[in-house]
Design a protein around this ligand. Sequence first.
Ligand SMILES: NC(=O)c1ccc[n+]([C@@H]2O[C@H](COP(=O)([O-])OP(=O)(O)OC[C@H]3O[C@@H](n4cnc5c(N)ncnc54)[C@H](O)[C@@H]3O)[C@@H](O)[C@H]2O)c1
Length: 276
Amino acid sequence: MMSSSSHPPGLPTDLTGRVIFVSGGGSAGPGWSIGRASCVTYARLGAKVCVVDRDPASAEETTRLILEEGGIAKTFVGDVSEQDQVKRLFNEARQQLGPIDVLHHNVGIGKVGGPMETSAEDFDHIHKVNVASLLLAAHEVLPEMLTRGKGNIIAISSVAGMRYLGYPHLAYSVTKAANTQFIRMIAQQYADKGIRANTVVPGLIDTPRIANTVAKMFSENGLDEARVARDRQVPMGRSGTAWEVAHACAFLVSDAASYITGTELVVDGGITGKYV
Ligand SMILES: NC(=O)c1ccc[n+]([C@@H]2O[C@H](COP(=O)([O-])OP(=O)(O)OC[C@H]3O[C@@H](n4cnc5c(N)ncnc54)[C@H](O)[C@@H]3O)[C@@H](O)[C@H]2O)c1
């Protein structure tokens, strides 16, 4: 019989005192984006959350929601794809909340279109926001994580980085695939230095940005019909919620995932596993 001292701990999802930098912690519209739901989830588990976004009002709304619940958060406003702003954002975050324990790379933009419809300028811009920004953030956090011998990075990719989703979304898909490989590289290089890195791969998630971007790819007759058409593609018969992605993020950044690095956690209701 096992002695009580040999019992493993309960699921260690507590994040008390961890400083988590969430790039894109606002939302494209009113409601729950993946970044906002992640920020609130981290705060509920005890983390100190740096809510970073180029949109001051939406970042502030995330911070307000956290403070209202008694959590710890601060807003930092800037463009995470511009090097000078990235340096400022990380310096401010460190000064106000402490060394960064977790980088959650959440920003992601796209433009519908295939190779013929995607200009070189659009491609460069989407790459800059989705991928080069991760390099800039890595330059900021990795030296500190190496010195401290601990750290955790997650990036939000997309099933669009693994599969063709039925309409052309070239720059988005290519850059989301790049996020995954970028994270795998970090994970391998620093696995023996106390740093873990993983990718969360959301499927079709019902967030406010969908109304602005991909809804018209599913129906010309408005958002409600687009939602139904989008939901129908998923084996579970529905889109995911921002919370379902946030909970996967919280698991990966917590000690519950202490032996997990260099992998992808797909949160997609089964869609990437299906044939038609
Ligand atoms: N919603 C989905 O169905 C879905 C599916 C798969 C992957 N994703 C990915 O999940 C992430 C979040 O998606 P969401 O739907 O919650 O998006 P969202 O657009 O609501 O949130 C992204 C936030 O990032 C901010 N942002 C964008 N560019 C920025 C920049 N350069 N600097 C600072 N802030 C910037 C925006 O202001 C916004 O608040 C994205 O990476 C997206 O590609 C979403």
